[in-house]
Design a binder for this molecule. Structure first.
Ligand SMILES: Nc1ncnc2c1ncn2[C@@H]1O[C@H](COP(=O)(O)OP(=O)(O)OP(=O)(O)O)[C@@H](O)[C@H]1O
Length: 359
């Protein structure tokens, strides 16, 4: 059966500056109509990957195809410049021309493509309508709020109906309240237009609200690419579990009877699918749902309450596990008091295991 080539197919894409690797052998495949978010801490390589897709830089190694066409191949030296890629881009700082009207800013990609005046006006009006700015075509961006300017930038990125739109932290200059409302608006717009997009952010809520798939990046690599639900239910590495704050990521040590939580005498049972292998050390995720508050007397695992916060459906309690420097979260039906010691039981079925020691 015929199927369209992926919008992006990157294979072992790498980038080094003066021999210093900032992106290492990244593989990405994104299908038409899907949104991929690149999520990770500062400096992990998100913007670098976006710039490689845009053609603003060329890879040191690896290859990237856009819509089935080679956009860059380090082995052959092939490189398609950004203007030939025909992508839409939305930047953090909007990158609008302040002295030109909103309509002229939005019309720019159409002019570059030689679209005639009447058609240009029709498409600019449609794009401004989509972002809720139909009455503002004659204004100048310098007279608009940050949120309005970002809408203009989005209209400009979609006006030529590009095969791929790249967003580089587009909402990070807006205050929190506006950012939250614009995430929802942007998610509806992206879905209604069926955009294919790559969206860089370090905000998990933003990535999960907008993207079909999220790539968790860490130290120049992609740790895992998966839909948000899968990242939560099945993180593939301890780094992903730690970054998404899915619970306490704890080191465990092999002992004669199985696995022991490092620093304690607590034995943990590894469950079939996630057997951490033969190594002497491994890592376990202690999520809140894996821990229950039990009697203090005789408990093998105890913790001291650090904080207890009411959250509507119970108290979110942070504990320091005895014998360790690990803090864990549990849910309690009643308020607990800082300094109090409580007993804990572990639901071994809810543990997730990872080979090796967390980065
Ligand atoms: N032109 C350059 N020359 C040398 N090093 C660079 C250059 N551009 C980026 N880097 C380095 O590459 C690494 C990745 O940078 P990148 O901008 O991709 O990270 P990021 O994940 O987008 O971070 P942030 O969230 O802070 O924007 C960083 O260590 C950065 O210092």
């Amino acid at each position: 059966m015929f199927s369209a080539p992926p919008a992006i197919e990157a294979h072992k894409l790498s980038l080094a500056y003066s021999g210093n690797t900032v992106l290492h052998e990244v593989d990405v495949r994104l299908h038409k109509g899907k949104v991929l978010a690149l999520l990770g801490p500062s400096g992990c390589g998100k913007t670098t990957l976006l710039r490689l897709i845009a053609g603003l830089i060329a890879p040191t190694k690896g290859r990237i195809e856009l819509g089935g066409k080679v956009a860059a191949d380090a082995a052959t030296g092939q490189f398609m410049p950004p203007e030939a890629r025909g992508l839409g881009m939305v930047f953090q700082d909007y990158a609008l021309w302040p002295h030109m009207s909103v309509a002229a800013n939005v019309a720019f990609p159409l002019e570059m493509r030689g679209v005639g005046k009447a058609e240009r006006q029709r498409r600019v009006a449609k794009a401004l309508d989509m972002v809720g700015l139909s009455s503002m075509g004659l204004r100048r961006p310098s007279d608009m709020s940050g949120g309005q300017q970002q809408r203009v930038a989005i209209a400009r990125a979609i006006v030529a109906e590009p095969p791929l739109v790249l967003f580089d932290e587009p909402l990070s200059n807006l205050d929190r309240e506006l950012r939250e409302s614009m995430v929802g608006e942007l998610a509806s717009l992206v879905a209604s237009l069926g955009l294919t997009a790559v969206y860089v952010t370090h905000d998990q809520a933003e990535a999960f609200a907008l993207a079909d798939e999220v790539a968790i990046m860490h130290q120049c690599r992609i740790e895992q690419i998966a839909p948000p639900e899968e990242l939560i239910s099945a993180p593939s590495t301890a780094t992903v579990a730690g970054f998404l704050r899915l619970g306490c990521v704890a080191p465990v040590r092999r002992c004669a009877d199985g696995w022991q939580l490092d620093g304690t005498s607590v034995l943990l049972a590894a469950n079939g699918d996630h057997e951490p292998g033969d190594a002497a050390f491994a890592t376990v995720l202690l999520a809140a749902k894996a821990m229950r508050i039990g009697a203090k007397e005789g408990a093998a695992l105890k913790g001291q309450v650090l904080r207890s916060q009411f959250r509507g459906d119970g108290h979110a309690v942070t504990l320091r596990l005895h014998g360790t420097d690990l803090d864990i979260q549990v849910t309690s039906p009643q308020r607990l008091h800082p300094g109090e010691t409580i007993g804990l039981t572990i639901n071994h079925e809810e543990l997730r295991w990872f080979p090796g020691v967390a980065a």
